[in-house]
Design a protein around this ligand. Structure first.
Ligand SMILES: [Ca+2]
Ligand SMILES: [Ca+2]
Length: 330
């Protein structure tokens, strides 16, 4: 698809403990100018994070295009942030090392990708501040609130000074010229406490036409009790399930899931919650695209392994005949 200035792409997806809703794309107030270049640095850009923790799924949100990964005090509450995507709330069962947004497009003769955690950054305060809202309170809570715990972040890929060079080509970061407004929603209700909705609005703010634009979500399963036992985790993509309504109906779900290989039984028994640091982690988490604007709704799934000590165990999607054997890492 082609993505021009002043045109939006909106995506609605859900992070869920496997056990759609429709939402309006909402924009932050835009009484600011997005400059083409900013200086990176903790004292300049308003990087911070806060927690979704009103439901049974605890998830750290940071305003750099990623989630589940970060350190430091919560910029809203001042409490220590808890990475790892924890379920159930209050347990030590971790499910995710990091989730990262990636946006790629063809610009002229070049193919560019901007990735969260390294190339997507918030603006200076107060423009880059995380905002929170809630429907809890008198008269339905705060205006425009959608859930009991709304978290709104705005970040862009237009910052270049101080951004690391491309790890593969070693060239400086080349922005697509995009700004992302990410609104995530959580509830404590029994029927809605096991998922978090993400509503993304991606806006072209540069001069270039972006062709063949794709939006990716890089999820790293990390399913353990904080004891680093993550080498055994599995992931997959489930396209269809048998409908609970019977009659041979089939539901299309397109869920990317992650789980421990065996649930970590202890001496043949399930131990939940953990006792003396030993316990099982049987829950399965997943991400589902619920809606995409325009012609964008064509989900795709890939998985790969980076084995940090034995590169012969690396795996990634590739075509037969174009396989590349990289030299072992030094
Ligand atoms: Ca594991
Ligand atoms: Ca296991």
């Amino acid at each position: 698809m082609t993505f021009r200035d002043a045109k939006y792409i909106s995506l609605l997806w859900v992070l869920v403990v496997l056990g759609a809703s429709e939402s309006q794309t909402r924009e932050m107030s835009r009484n600011r100018t997005v400059l083409p270049d900013h200086t990176l640095g903790a004292e300049v850009l308003q990087w911070c994070g806060t927690m979704h923790n009103i439901g049974n799924l605890e998830l750290l949100i940071t305003n750099d295009g990623q989630f589940s990964n970060g350190m430091g005090p919560d910029c809203i509450t001042g409490e220590p942030m808890k990475p790892g995507c924890i379920f159930p709330k209050g347990s030590n069962q971790l499910h995710l090392l990091a989730g990262t947004l990636m946006v790629g497009a063809v610009v002229g003769q070049d193919t560019l990708v901007s990735s969260g955690a390294s190339e997507l950054w918030p603006d200076v305060s107060p423009f880059g501040d995380i905002r929170t809202r809630s429907i809890i309170g008198t008269n339905g809570g705060e205006p425009d609130a959608v859930s009991e715990q709304d978290i709104i972040c705005v970040f862009a890929d237009t910052f270049t000074v101080g951004v690391s060079a491309d790890y593969f080509h070693f060239r400086p970061h080349i922005p697509l010229g995009i700004e992302v407004t990410q609104s995530s929603y959580a509830w404590s209700y029994g029927y809605a406490e096991d998922f978090i909705l993400f509503d993304l609005s991606i806006r072209s703010i540069g001069d270039e036409v972006l062709n063949d634009l794709y939006v990716g979500l890089h999820l790293v399963p990390y399913i353990n009790l904080g004891n680093l036992e993550a080498d055994d985790d599995l992931c997959g993509f489930l396209t269809h399930v048998e409908s609970p309504f019977g009659c041979g109906f089939v539901d299309t779900i397109y869920v990317a899931w992650g789980a421990d290989n065996d649930g970590d039984p202890i001496r043949g028994e399930w131990v939940e919650p953990a006792v003396l640091g030993e316990g099982s982690v049987r829950h399965v988490t997943g991400a589902i695209l619920l809606r995409a604007s325009g012609e964008a709704a064509r989900p795709n799934f890939n998985w790969w392994i980076t084995h940090y000590t034995d590169p012969t165990l690396d795996f990634g999607p590739r075509r037969k005949g174009t396989c590349v054997i990289f030299a072992p890492a030094g």
